[in-house]
Write a protein that binds this ligand. Structure first.
Ligand SMILES: [Zn+2]
Length: 323
């Protein structure tokens, strides 16, 4: 069908006069080592790669804590700097991810750029609560924590047979300062928390469920189901017709987004097959949506959490540098 992007509703809106932009800086949040065969099809069975768990500082032009002239948001906290703070069940999994590097962690990366985690961060959003994304939340004493719907249920009860309750730190997040985004209309209402942010989901740029974080169209939380319950991505405007898509663990290797590789399937140790995604069908649909979005919006830079190639090529974009 003929027609431009704005008619189809799949393209990003053009910049308006008084558009609000955010500034994004990458942050090192530690490194872990992943065997390739768990993640991509046609992998070298012996190949392992030590990859970053990237975090991002997003600075919005509005008033933050202590009268600061920016609202400072962090997307993902990477690895805990003190590995002994993981549960014993988690620690035995982490033993298979060596080498693991915890210096600098997200807090150390912020300090290296001149921000103090305990006073300078207003909001922390976790893409999801796998061990390599949760970091050390207690470092961020003045922050509110926002997570995807069902995440608090996962921390208490686990999520299916591959993610039992004993791998999660039940007290990971501060109860009074933590809020879930509301469940989407197709999400599991039964595990959604009553402690919700006041946002509402709407369709945006071809994504069926997006929410406008600050109400000015500068930062969108994108529902990205499949990887684990509550998985969310972030889409942010960093300049006139310049956008960044932070894909979390929608995939662990950007060749999947480029269509060069598929999602690997492997033995689950119990006579079945699995992938790194809790719901592979939903994860595939999410990836298809992101691929379609990127295909229609060439001005978007996409970064997934474990993209070693992006890190190597973009050292100048780490805080205090910007993307
Ligand atoms: Zn993950």
């Amino acid at each position: 069908m003929a027609g431009n992007g704005s008619q189809s509703g799949d393209s990003l809106p053009s910049a308006k006069e008084d558009e609000k932009y955010v500034t994004i800086s990458a942050l090192d949040g530690g490194h872990l080592t992943l065997p390739e065969y768990l993640f991509i099809t046609d992998a070298d069975p012996e190949r392992r790669a030590t990859v970053p768990s990237l975090c991002f500082l997003i600075q919005h032009p509005s008033l933050g804590n202590n009268g600061r002239d920016t609202m400072n948001l962090i997307f993902d906290l990477g690895l805990k700097r003190d590995l002994t703070q993981y549960t014993p069940a988690m620690a035995s999994h982490i033993a298979n991810r060596q080498p693991v590097i915890t210096e600098p962690d997200c807090a150390g990366s912020l300090q290296a750029g001149g921000l103090e985690p305990d006073v300078d961060i207003d909001i922390v959003i976790l893409s999801h609560v796998h061990w390599d994304h949760v970091g050390t939340p207690s470092d961020y004493k003045t922050a509110k924590f926002f997570v995807g719907s069902g995440t608090l249920h996962v921390l208490q009860n686990g999520a299916g047979s591959h993610y039992p309750a004993e791998i999660f730190n039940k007290d990971l997040l501060p109860t009074v300062a933590t809020f879930e985004f509301p469940p989407t209309s197709s999400g599991d209402q039964s595990i959604a928390s009553g402690r919700r942010t006041g946002h509402t989901w709407q369709s945006f740029a071809g994504f069926p469920n997006a929410l406008d974080l600050f109400g000015d169209g500068s930062v969108w939380v994108i529902d990205a189901p499949g990887h684990i319950i509550g998985h969310v991505n972030l889409l942010a405007r960093i300049g006139k017709d310049r956008w960044v898509y932070l894909g979390g663990d929608c995939c662990h290797d950007v060749r999947i987004l480029k269509g060069e590789k598929g999602i690997a399937t492997y033995d689950d140790g119990h006579g079945g097959q699995r992938t790194v995604h809790m719901d592979t069908q939903a994860a595939t649909k999410t990836l298809d949506q992101i691929k379609s979005f990127l295909g229609k919006n060439a001005q978007v830079q996409v970064i997934v959490a474990h993209d070693i190639g992006w890190r190597e090529k973009n050292k100048d974009k780490f805080f205090p540098g910007t993307i």
